[in-house]
Write a protein that binds this ligand. Sequence first.
Ligand SMILES: Nc1ncnc2c1ncn2[C@@H]1O[C@H](COP(=O)(O)OP(=O)(O)OP(=O)(O)O)[C@@H](O)[C@H]1O
Length: 508
Amino acid sequence: MADQQKVKSVPVLPWMRNPIDVSLFEECTLSLLPCLDPRLNEALQNMGISSLFPVQVAVWQETIGPGGFERDLCVNSPTGSGKTLAYALPIVQALSNRAVKCLRALIVLPTRDLALQVKEVFDKIAPAVGLSVGLAVGQSSIADEISQLIKRPKLEAGICYDPEDFSLDLRSSVDILVATPGRLMDHINSTEGFTLEHLCYLVVDETDRLLREAYQSWLPTVLQLTRFSDEGFFPCAHTFRPSLFGSLKTIRRSGVERGFKGKSYPRLVKMVLSATLTQDPSKLAQLDLHHPLLLTTGKMRYQLPGKLESYELVCESKLKPLYLVALLQNLGGEKCIVFTSSVESTHRLCTLLNFFHDLPFKVQEYSGLQRQAVRSKTLRRFREGEIQVLVSSDAMTRGMDVEGVRSIINYDMPMYIKTYIHRAGRTARAGQTGRCFTLLRKDEVKHFKKLLRKADNNSCAVYSVPSSSIESLRSIYTSALEKLKETVEMEASKKPKVGFKSSSRERT
Ligand SMILES: Nc1ncnc2c1ncn2[C@@H]1O[C@H](COP(=O)(O)OP(=O)(O)OP(=O)(O)O)[C@@H](O)[C@H]1O
């Protein structure tokens, strides 16, 4: 009852009460999109994109034409609806006529794999208008990253330069930076020549996830560094380290006009996006939004993709692996992600599945327990179709876009509707069809139904697996279980016995 009241209650913040409904927008062919730079039109065509999705049209209207980035945007739009291009395209177009290269747009994402994915989108459109895109995610060493982000002047041989000399003209090599919070903070704190002084656009993608954790206070730091300082009035009174960009300066003053009172001008434009945008006033307050405008899809707060079909599969707890294998066999080796509730169960389930010999598909694990390099390699192989079944913890839940994933399986029921939405959203993307199966114990059915009621498009059919399929797998299951037990014991004996144990809840 309390939950239902929560779903129906009106948003607390007044500006959320009259949102722009994205579902009222239609796709728009590129030739009809107002003001689109012809070079970007060509770049989009090269990507195989001939029209913009509704959320992209709605954001374009509020940014380039005719909205002019006057308000900060909060976008709550389903998974796979095209939010990445919705912010990337207007930012690239807005920066396309910049005269001097400096860091003007910052995109922050919670994970490295997501950041890499978003950078790829920018890489396909930004170079068309002469913009460069950088990455700060800790994929390479900090020194390598610095050399990609900062351009050092060519110094004359034989002359000794003072490294503390601020007149040395360090410049940004990039106009747009895609970053994770940790690495961003590393550069803010210690990379010489790295400055947010000229930043015009800040995108906080997967906002609710990013606002959940402080990540070394990255958000207050970024906001602080892009606010006005007294510098504009008293050029000598530097609050922060002086600009390393020679004569190029962006001076932010304290606005005095209506709507800008007490705010910095020129201001930092913010765009925040998620498929499950938070409505929590205290979290949103951290973003210091300027006349925020909410763009949302449909009437309900949570929306599942239009072409997603949900199925429940009720089975006994100890037979779950058998039902899973039978279901995977029914899916005939198509690309599929199996979600579990923790990194440990991801590892165990994947190990167990690999003891079912002769399965007509390749199974791999993807979780926060693995090193980044291993995860990235697995992801690449999954994208390329070398692996068909990915057993994953919630590390894969948000934002990841892998072509050809037609089915999602919740091996463990998600506890929250947000988790269901993000997991299920790895399929049925970009208007495609997809299915999400959830394996349930009898005692979970009621809770699951209640959970789904919180989202639109929530009908859920029953999926059944013939008992003959289960019976035929029993003997191999018994021997697979024995092998799993041996493996688990062996792995436990190899683990170093240290006093500190990291919590599995910290890892996804
Ligand atoms: N206008 C378009 N035409 C065709 N395909 C598109 C278009 N825009 C985006 N796509 C494709 O749609 C897919 C989903 O886009 P994207 O990853 O931006 O979704 P999203 O809304 O950010 O999803 P999530 O909430 O899961 O992060 C991508 O494969 C992208 O290439």
